[in-house]
Design a protein around this ligand. Structure first.
Ligand SMILES: [Zn+2]
Length: 412
């Protein structure tokens, strides 16, 4: 029987969103939080993009050190043999890849402008799969971009060809958020049965149905006898109206009526990290969490009206489907209203030592403290905002990795 896994794509789809971005240290922290949460895989970046190289290498190093474990770190590239070669040249340690190519008539005529036909697309994709396998990729997902506007017969053919060449998963991309839960179910069920390979569902929220489509997609894949890998982003941040929100999808598949008994998770997920990861992503992206956001919005557990307040005080289950404590909420937040000492790009050792001392971090000597402070300054130059405690702790604990994350070398 199939099971549900999560592949979070915040560090790929989230950061390619217009007007938004993350520093390499912020991306790394997200990977750490996703790992703590029990997310199966983080699509951690772009292995053919030069400014990602050191970040990707550093995160694979953290994986090797057991710091990012058991989470898998997957790269996203175009499905061409050339991109596979570049990816393995720049990031030789990469072991998990998703190879993406457009499959719809709209894209073939509207984007490739008649330069490619369906046979070319299958050929390019299978050559890329062959190349990735030859380089030792352990898992390969093949992405059908604009899958929801692709002829189903061709999608099946595309998936079968990927499987024959040794791919492990077919990512069905509802790139434009065009599906509804019913069309999603029918398509994914057919793909699971006819292709006979694990399915990834990648849903966007242009019609407000990304979470619902992910849930019915998961259902369909499992009904069709396959594992399903739901693509999510933290706080739903992604292109245009965004992607399926990580916390909302986890809540939906674990708490909705009758679902979890029939469609189980493949790995336990620690929902108590939800609050922390949502708050951090909000701070790092500079995008507030909507007041009515499921689970992590300011109003998710707020009650004002007489009947509701009375009811929830008598028994929370009267008006709450799940408890705030399950999501890691409930701790009061400390907001400084008096004097603040902040480390920034022009900070000195005294203020820095004060802050680190408050977090009970001690340094071997003044030299080590200065070294870490220097890295913190650089991190601040990149993020343009005060670093959070976990960032400071990360830099103090892994200064060599932090140095790599902060190194950008455009001229080499
Ligand atoms: Zn997407």
């Amino acid at each position: 029987m199939g099971r549900i896994y999560f592949i979070d794509v915040t560090n790929r789809d989230g950061v390619q969103t217009a007007k938004l971005g993350l520093s390499k240290i912020e991306k790394t922290l997200l990977n750490l939080y996703l790992n703590e949460m029990g997310v199966y895989q983080s699509e951690f970046g772009f292995p053919t993009t030069r400014h990602e190289t050191l970040y990707l290498q550093a995160n694979l190093e953290l994986a090797g050190m057991g710091v990012l474990d058991p989470i898998k770190l997957g790269g996203w590239i175009r499905a061409t043999a050339g991109d596979v070669e570049t990816a393995f040249r720049l990031v030789p340690g990469i072991r998990h890849l998703n190879l993406s190519i457009s499959t719809s008539e709209q894209m073939i005529t509207g984007k490739f402008m008649g330069k490619k036909n369906r046979a070319d697309i299958v050929k390019e994709m299978t050559e890329a799969v062959d190349a990735a396998r030859a380089h030792g990729a352990e898992t390969i997902g093949v992405n059908a971009e604009d899958g929801s506007r692709t002829d189903l017969g061709f999608l099946i053919e595309f998936g079968q060809a990927a499987k024959e060449h040794g791919a492990h998963r077919l990512r069905y991309c509802d790139t434009l958020g065009y599906n509804n839960p019913f069309s999603m179910y029918d398509t994914i069920r057919a793909l699971a049965e006819k292709v006979g390979m694990a399915i990834e569902v990648h849903c966007h929220d242009d019609l407000g149905m990304a979470v619902a489509n992910s849930v019915t997609g998961a259902m369909a894949a499992i009904d069709g006898g396959q594992d399903v890998y739901i693509n999510t982003t933290v706080n739903g941040i992604g292109e245009r109206a965004g992607n399926a929100d990580l916390v909302a999808v986890i809540l939906a598949v674990t708490k909705s009526k009758g679902f979890a008994e029939k469609y189980p998770l493949g790995l336990p997920v620690d929902l108590s990290k939800a609050w922390k990861i949502a708050k951090f992503a909000s701070y790092a992206f500079g995008v507030p969490i909507a007041i009515n956001h499921p689970g992590v919005g300011a109003n998710a557990f707020a009650h004002a009206s007489g009947i509701h307040a009375d009811g929830v005080l008598k028994n929370p289950e009267n008006y709450e489907l799940y408890s705030y404590t399950e999501l890691g909420r409930g701790e009061p937040e400390f907001v400084e209203t008096g004097r603040e000492i902040i480390t920034g790009q022009y900070s000195g050792i005294s203020g820095f030592s004060h802050i680190m001392g408050r977090m009970e971090v001690t340094f071997r000597d003044r030299e080590e403290a200065n070294e870490v402070l220097e890295l913190v300054r650089y991190a601040n130059v990149e993020s343009h905002k005060p670093l959070v405690e976990d960032e400071l702790l990360f830099i103090a604990k892994y200064p060599r990795i932090a140095k790599k994350l902060l190194t950008l070398r455009p001229l080499e």
